[in-house]
Ligand binder design. Structure first.
Ligand code: NAP
Length: 244
C-alpha cells in the first residue's frame, strides 16, 4: 500500500523536487503551497498523469489551524501522513542592526514555528502507529552562521536543534527525525540575490556550481527510505563541499 507524505512549500524549488522524487519512490504526496496555486496544481496534475497519487493544499505553515486542516485533508484523501518534510522557508538579507521586529517574527514563524506546527499535527498518528519519519530542511548557514542573514541562520540552526531533540524524544516511539542542510541551490531564493552573487556562490562552492533541487531531493528520499532505517538525529549536508 502507498504511504502518505506531506511536503511543505512544494510548489517551487527544492520542495517541488522533493515532492516529485517522493512520488516516484511510491509515496502519495500532499503538495503544500502558500501563494503559487498554479504551480502546485501543475505539479499535482503532472504526477497524477503518471499514475502517482498527489493533492495540493494551500496553507501558511505559520498558521497552526491551517496546518491542522491540511493534515486532516491529506489523511482523508491520501491516508494518514507518515512522512513529513518541513521544507517551506523564507530568507532575508540585510544588516542585523537594520532588522525590524516584523521581519524577525515572520522568519521565526515560517521557518521554525511552521515545522513545530506541522510536527505536532502529524504526531498523533505517528505515535499511535509507532512509526513515522520527519525530514527538516535546514541550511549550511544554520551550521556555520551567515553574515547579513542572521535571522535566517538562527531559524536554520534552530531546526537542527529541533531535529536532534525530537530524534531523541521520538526514537522510542519508532519515529525518525533527520535534517538535510543544503548549500547553494539553483532556486528562486538564490536567483533573488542577483546574478553577481549567484556566480560568486557558485565559485565559492568547491564543486564549482550551484546544486540542483533534484540533488537535495535525493538526499531527502534517502533519509525517508528504509535504507536509512537506523539513521536518526543526523544532519546530512548537501553543499558541493562548501563547508567541508
Ligand atoms: P523558494 O524557491 O523560495 O521556494 C519556497 C517555497 O516555500 C515555495 O514553494 C513557497 O510557496 C513556500 N513557502 C514560503 N512560505 C511559506 C509558508 N508560510 N507556508 C507554506 N509554504 C511557504 O525556496 P527554496 O530555495 O526552494 O528553499 C526551500 C527550502 O530550502 C527553504 O527552507 C530554504 O530555507 C532551504 N534552503 C534553500 C537553499 C537554496 O540555496 N535555495 C539553501 C539552503 C536551504 P509559494 O510559492 O506557494 O508561496
Amino acid at each position: 500500500m502507498r504511504r502518505s507524505a506531506l511536503v511543505t512549500g512544494a510548489s517551487r524549488g527544492i520542495g517541488r523536487a522533493i515532492a516529485a522524487a517522493l512520488a516516484r519512490e511510491g509515496w502519495s504526496v500532499c503538495v503544500n503551497y502558500l501563494e503559487s496555486r498554479d504551480a502546485a496544481g501543475e505539479l499535482v496534475r503532472d504526477l497524477r498523469a503518471r499514475g502517482l497519487a498527489a493533492m495540493a493544499f494551500q496553507a501558511d505553515v505559520a498558521d497552526r489551524k491551517a496546518v491542522d486542516a491540511m493534515v486532516r485533508a491529506a489523511a482523508a484523501e491520501l491516508g494518514p501522513v507518515e512522512l513529513l518534510v518541513n521544507n517551506a522557508g523564507i530568507s532575508h538579507q540585510g544588516l542585523f542592526q537594520d532588522l525590524d521586529g516584523e521581519t524577525w517574527d515572520r522568519l521565526l514563524a515560517v521557518n521554525l514555528t511552521g515545522p513545530r506546527n506541522a510536527v505536532q499535527a502529524v504526531l498523533p498518528h505517528m505515535l499511535s502507529e509507532k512509526r513515522g519519519c520527519v525530514v527538516n530542511i535546514s541550511s549550511i548557514w544554520g551550521l556555520r552562521g551567515g553574515s547579513c542573514e542572521t535571522a535566517y541562520a538562527v531559524t536554520k540552526a534552530g531546526l537542527i536543534g529541533l531535529t536532534r531533540s525530537l530524534a531523541l524524544e521520538l526514537a522510542p516511539s519508532g519515529i525518525r527525525v533527520n535534517c538535510v542542510a543544503p548549500g547553494c541551490v539553483e532556486t528562486d531564493m538564490v536567483r533573488a540575490l542577483g546574478e553577481d552573487t549567484r556566480r560568486m556562490l557558485a565559485e565559492e562552492t568547491p564543486l564549482g556550481r550551484l546544486g540542483r533541487p533534484e540533488e537535495i531531493a535525493e538526499a531527502v528520499a534517502f533519509l525517508a527510505s528504509e535504507k536509512a532505517a537506523f539513521i536518526t538525529g543526523q544532519v546530512l549536508t548537501a553543499d558541493g563541499g562548501f563547508i567541508a
